[in-house]
Design a protein around this ligand. Structure first.
Ligand code: DLL
Length: 431
């Protein structure tokens, strides 16, 4: 089922003309109402009324996270405060939070974007959707909440935490859709298995997102829950979830192109790359009136897929994110994304799906240790088996990352579990 065939199956020319018309409108709105954008445009003599092609936007500089921090909290809002009806924020790891405001129309657009994506993933009227994202300033929970209600699903706003009770509610309420981060979905699966509840759970679809996960992690989640696990993408700065999401074919995330104009750039040089090339995603919001974002650098590394999708939607897709450019580890000069290590680990028999990566520096040499849980406690004393497993894992990692990493085995259920976004990397090199 396609929620909005008029847009999701429009021909490319129609999409581009909608984008152009909306781009012009939002650029004018940004210039007229946000001094930051007015100055940005004035510096290069940019006149929104003169825009005739989508590519004209390349004349403008990028907007970056520090621009939002510098204008904390409301300095990039483009409407009077009385027109703002919702405020969200993302905590970030350092510094001031990133704040996002929404007008009533922005909220309607948000629900529409989510309605399309959850429908594409297979959610329907009649589904019971357990939302296990944390409710609060985080955009994930309320974003999915209103979009799922819009399609007629019954939303169960459980929020995150209290994992044992989550499993009980999932069983008792008959949840058919689970909304969570992939890492929390994995933790919940373990809890459901431990409680012997799996056979009574009716989940059908997983709507996962807010953090990266590999195909191997997806396969593990699908196997454990017996579901189809889909992924969606977004960020607070431009809306929250709702930018893009997978359909049932799981071949990239369909972009809501009438609301987001996406470019891929070389993260080093800022040069715009052709469709298909890997680089950093840059997003311009085409419909967000409270806080337009013009050429926002997401730091997320992905590529745009233009080949038609079997589902019949004509929208461009973005590939699963490889990681964030600022998550990339440089180990003895070699670039490594944590997602590559995850790919190497998942699916290895004898270890669980949780892991931690610890980076240190000794005598000017970077050292990286990967900690994994054994599934069988008894193997901790089986030297021969541990050596075999260690060599096997180290070999898989070497093949993918071209690096040697130390592998440390720990007892089952001892690594940290996450209820929201997982933090798997500890980099102690600068301490
Ligand atoms: O995580 C919005 C969201 C909520 C998306 C729920 C999907 C589902 P922030 O907290 O601002 O917003 O974090 C945004 O999270 O720039 C990516 O680095 C990362 N991220 C989000 N979705 C994915 C994904 C929400 N599917 C940041 N794959 C983004 C990889 C993702 N990374």
């Amino acid at each position: 089922m396609i929620w909005n065939p008029g847009i999701e199956q429009a021909d490319r020319e129609t999409i581009r003309s909608i984008q152009l018309q909306k781009l012009k409108r939002i650029l004018i709105h940004a210039r007229d109402n946000v001094p930051f954008y007015r100055e940005k445009m004035a510096r290069v003599g940019f006149i929104p009324e003169d825009v005739t092609r989508l590519e004209d936007i390349q004349k403008l500089d990028f907007t970056v996270k520090t621009d939002l921090r510098d204008h904390y909290p409301y300095g990039l809002f483009a409407v009077p405060m009385e027109d703002i009806v919702r405020i969200h924020a993302s905590s970030g790891t350092t510094g001031k939070p990133i704040v996002a405001g929404y007008t009533r129309e922005d909220l309607d657009v948000w629900s529409e974007c989510i309605a399309r994506l959850v429908t594409a993933a297979g959610a329907r009227k009649g589904d019971i959707a357990q939302i296990s994202f944390g409710y609060g300033l985080f955009t994930g929970a309320l974003g999915l909440h209103y979009g799922l209600e819009k399609i007629g699903a019954a939303v169960v706003p459980v929020s995150s935490g209290n994992t044992v009770r989550q499993v009980q509610l999932m069983r008792d309420f008959g949840a058919t859709v689970l909304v969570a981060t992939p890492s929390y979905a994995m933790y919940l699966a373990e809890a459901a298995e431990k409680a012997g509840a799996m056979q009574d759970i009716k989940l059908r679809v997983g709507l996962f997102g807010a953090e990266g996960s590999t195909e191997e992690m997806r396969a593990e989640l699908e196997r454990r829950w017996g579901i189809i696990a889909t992924e969606n993408y977004g960020l607070t700065e431009v809306m929250g979830p709702g930018v893009s999401g997978e359909c049932e074919y799981k071949k990239g995330m369909h972009i809501n192109e009438d609301h987001f104009l996406c470019e891929i750039i070389d993260p080093q040089t800022g040069e715009v790359l052709p469709d298909g090339a890997e680089g950093e995603m840059v997003i311009t919001t085409l419909s967000k009136f409270a806080m337009p974002m013009i050429r926002y650098r997401t730091r997320d590394i992905t590529r745009i897929i233009t080949e038609p999708c079997e589902c019949g939607r004509t929208t461009l897709r973005m590939e699963k994110c490889k990681g964030r450019s600022d998550d990339m580890l440089i180990i003895r000069g070699v670039n490594v994304f944590p997602s590559q290590i995850e790919s190497a680990l998942l699916g290895v028999t004898g270890i669980g799906p949780h892991y931690e990566i610890v980076v240190t520096r000794e005598n000017y040499m970077d050292k990286i240790e990967v900690r994994v849980e054994l599934t069988d406690e008894e193997n901790l004393d089986n030297f021969a088996e541990l050596e075999r497993l260690r060599n096997h894992i180290a070999g898989r990692i070497r093949a993918i990352c071209q690096l040697d990493m130390a592998i440390r085995f720990v007892s089952p259920n001892t690594l940290k579990r996450f209820e929201g976004k997982a933090r798997r990397v500890t980099d102690l090199r600068n301490q």
